[in-house]
Design a binder for this molecule. Structure first.
Ligand code: SF4
Length: 349
């Protein structure tokens, strides 16, 4: 039996080796590869090697802190923090003492960033106040994850101490959410215009999403220059309206993580996957999100006591898979790309 992969796939993977972004049709071809084929392992190997070279073997942990729980009236179908899910009946805002303790503990455990998440109607002023508080408390870079914002509000995030903002056009935007895709993209533009790093993920992927829809969001991330953009699967919380669709497996997610890595080419500073899983660390991912506080995937008020993985666990998985979480983050430094040559020396490409 020949161990060669098909010439068509081989030529697409060669583009990955050159950090040349692949085309939409090529991405669709890769997304259709059988999970047990030798081509899928060749794809993952290429994506993994790209990330090892470009990120200098660094594993990143961006610590998610959901600072409030609320029955959110926007009722996105995939989210547990909604009025319609009926899981959370009352609004809860975690105390400043809780948020500070989580942040200090995360900083001491080597977090590379703190991602501060709010629900859709949470006070923007309160988010700014949390930013100002944490700016005085820790030196870890702060990333905001909140609603659509204006140019002025993006400037206010910067002034409050945030250096980045996570903002995704979700799969099913406008169908599974009440939000306008173009408005989400405008927010991405203002994030970048004011000088915040724009963080993204193709999410939340379920079995019902067509490859064209998934590919479209991968290319949106590439074209708008995301700092990182990997893949997160949808988690169906108990009673989720999406439960009938089921969930994709971690192996299926790893295939998408690898394809998105080739799509991103030389653009990103890291490549994310969520929830933390080992197989994606062999498919181009190097960034995990450990979690505490509110989570749209959990029925617990504090996901740190539920589904959320802690930093120690995430670092352990990364080390087992050959990544080094102790190196400095690549995401927030001026130099965009770090490449290790075969001798392990860091160079600019
Ligand atoms: S995803 Fe955000 S806006 Fe949508 S329901 Fe959940 S908290 Fe509200």
């Amino acid at each position: 039996m020949s161990w060669k992969v098909s010439p068509t796939i081989d030529s697409i993977l060669d583009k990955g080796d050159d950090f040349t972004s692949i085309t939409r049709d090529e991405a669709l071809t890769l997304l259709s590869l059988e999970l047990d084929s030798r081509e899928i392992y060749a794809l993952m190997e290429t994506a993994h090697r790209m990330s090892c070279r470009q990120f200098g073997n660094k594993a990143e942990n961006h610590f998610h802190i959901g600072i409030n729980v609320a029955p959110c009236p926007y009722n996105c179908s995939f989210c547990s923090l909604t009025t319609q899910a009926g899981i959370f009946k009352h609004a809860i805002e975690f105390s400043e003492a809780d948020i500070q303790k989580w942040s200090v503990d995360a900083a001491c455990q080597g977090a590379d960033a703190l991602n501060i998440m709010t629900t859709g109607t949470f006070s923007f002023e309160r988010l700014l106040a949390v930013g100002r508080l944490l700016k005085k408390t820790v030196s870890t870079p702060l990333v905001a994850n909140t609603r659509d914002i204006t140019h002025k509000e993006a400037e206010m995030l910067l002034d409050a101490g945030f250096v980045g903002a996570y903002h995704a056009v979700r799969l099913g935007e406008g169908r599974d959410t009440p939000f306008d895709r173009d408005k989400r993209i405008r927010t991405i533009s203002v994030i970048k215009d004011v000088g915040l790093c724009w963080m993204n993920c193709v999410e939340p992927v379920g079995p019902e999403h067509r490859p064209e829809e998934i590919t479209d969001l991968m290319f949106l991330a590439r074209e708008h220059g995301a700092t990182y953009s990997g893949v997160m699967r949808r988690i169906n919380f108990p009673g989720s309206p999406m439960a009938a669709h089921g969930m994709i497996t971690e192996r299926e997610m790893a295939r998408m993580v690898a394809v998105s890595r080739l799509v991103m080419g030389d653009a990103p500073r890291a490549h994310c996957t969520h929830e933390p899983n080992a197989v994606s660390l062999l498919a181009g991912a190097n960034l995990f999100f450990p979690e505490v506080g509110a989570s749209p995937r959990d029925g617990e008020v504090d996901t740190g006591k539920g589904r959320g993985k802690n930093i120690r666990l995430c670092r352990g998985i990364q080390a087992e898979m050959g990544w080094n979480p102790d190196l400095p983050s690549n995401c927030f430094e001026a130099k965009a790309h770090i490449v290790c040559d075969s001798a392990g020396t860091k160079n600019s490409p």
